[in-house]
Design a protein around this ligand. Structure first.
Ligand code: KIV
Ligand code: ZN
Length: 389
């Protein structure tokens, strides 16, 4: 189907930025299994690792590059020859390899982390991109801590990186500091001030320190970003990265608002999220959007009553569209008669008005004592009401 909305590429970094966070490390076999799942999900690019960081990372990246097809494979490097050469070696077997080079550009990082002035950062960025280009056609350049960098310096560095051959320009909010309005304006500024903005895809990479990573990534798309870097379940350094499943479903559900779409098969989101949790042992919170256990669960009587009349009253997307089998009507102390009657019908009981009243009274009393009333509890209540009748 010809879709007139903008195509946003999904660059998944669960195996690099995600994996390097506490509690998320994976071995090569687990990484390979997850990389296959990401390719099936439909991500455009899988960042497989940071090969210079350890022999294990280099090996895992090499295996993924050799075996996974259907998505590009990226590897990360500082603008150091050794890092870039390690990426080139690790990516040898890839069908669509990308070398991703980065250097910090903000005043704080220039002074305290790198001990370099602007001219030196610029020189290293260009040398890094040029060396990466000697090994791969597809090179991405990132300005670490871009959102705390002087915008004019960002233009200078990005223009130079594009001239040196970078075809993706990534703008990381490394410490999750920005706001939606600010990052939207920055992308609009880049689009109007870069010498040749159409020679490179602009990319957003947002961290979640203020809980704004998804909102900021969506705002970046509004400003002109056409690649978003994200992770499944939002795993990543500190409070994590932009959660892929939330970003993708925001674009799907509000397609007419954002005028953008991705190549993700959303029906695989829950399975991919579960796989990552099983591999890392890191669960997702119950009320996490899209993939949390409660994301399609309804307990309040008014909501359940509305849902029974029309799902759209309290659901903005279908659970099946993200990989759940159905919505869940949880029977608890907030539930009402309509949901109880519906569950009894589903369980095959034809109850009249008087019996429903009796069961409802018993259900309410039980629900005061228990968090959730299960089908077996209802069956006992029903048997009780029969014997009293
Ligand atoms: O957050 C960050 O700045 C990064 C870069 C290395 C892309 O992860
Ligand atoms: Zn990051």
């Amino acid at each position: 189907m010809n879709d007139p909305t903008a195509r946003v590429r999904i660059f998944d970094t669960s195996l690099r930025d995600g994996e390097q966070s506490p509690g998320c490390s994976m071995n090569a076999t687990q990484k390979l299994r997850f990389a296959h799942a990401l390719a099936e999900l439909g991500v455009d690019m899988i960042e497989a690792g940071f090969p210079a960081s350890s022999a294990a990372d280099l090996d895992a990246t090499r295996v993924i590059a050799r075996e996974v097809r259907g998505a590009g494979i990226a590897a990360l490097a500082r603008c150091h020859p050794g890092d870039i050469e390690a990426c080139a070696r690790a990516l040898e077997g890839a069908a669509a390899p990308r070398i991703h080079v980065f250097i910090s550009t903000s005043p704080l990082h220039r002074e305290h982390k790198l001990g370099l002035d602007k001219a030196q950062v610029l020189e290293r960025a260009v040398a890094g991109v040029e060396l990466a280009r000697s090994h791969a056609d597809d090179v991405e350049f990132s300005a670490e801590d871009a959102l705390r960098t002087e915008p004019e310096f960002l233009i200078e560095v990005f223009d130079a990186a594009i001239a040196a051959g970078a075809r993706t320009i990534n703008v990381p909010d490394t410490v999750g500091y920005t706001t939606p309005a600010e990052i939207r304006a920055l992308f609009a500024y880049l689009r109007t001030h870069l010498r040749d903005p159409d020679r490179a895809v602009l990319s957003a990479h947002c961290h979640n320190d203020l809980g704004l990573a998804v909102a900021n990534s969506l705002a970046a798309i509004e400003g002109g970003a056409r690649q978003v870097e994200c992770t499944i379940n939002g795993i990543g350094e500190r409070a994590g990265n932009c959660a892929l499943e939330e970003l993708v479903m925001a674009l799907n559900v509000r397609r007419n608002y954002f005028n953008a779409h991705t190549g993700i098969d959303s029906r695989r989101l829950v399975a991919t999220s579960r796989l990552l949790s099983r591999i890392t042992g890191m669960g997702v919170q119950r009320n996490k959007a899209i993939v949390g256990h409660n994301a399609f669960a309804h307990e309040a009587g008014i909501h359940q009553h509305g849902m029974l009349k029309h799902r759209g009253t309290y659901e903005i997307m279908r659970p099946e569209d993200v990989g759940w089998s159905q919505s869940q009507m949880v029977l608890g102390r907030h539930s009402g008669r309509a949901a109880l009657a519906d569950r009894l019908r589903t369980l095959g009981f034809a109850v009249g008005e008087a019996q429903l009243n009796a069961v409802f009274a018993g259900f309410k009393a039980l629900a005061e004592k228990k968090r959730e009333v299960f089908d077996a509890d209802l069956e006992s209540l029903l048997l009780g009401s029969d014997s009293e009748a």
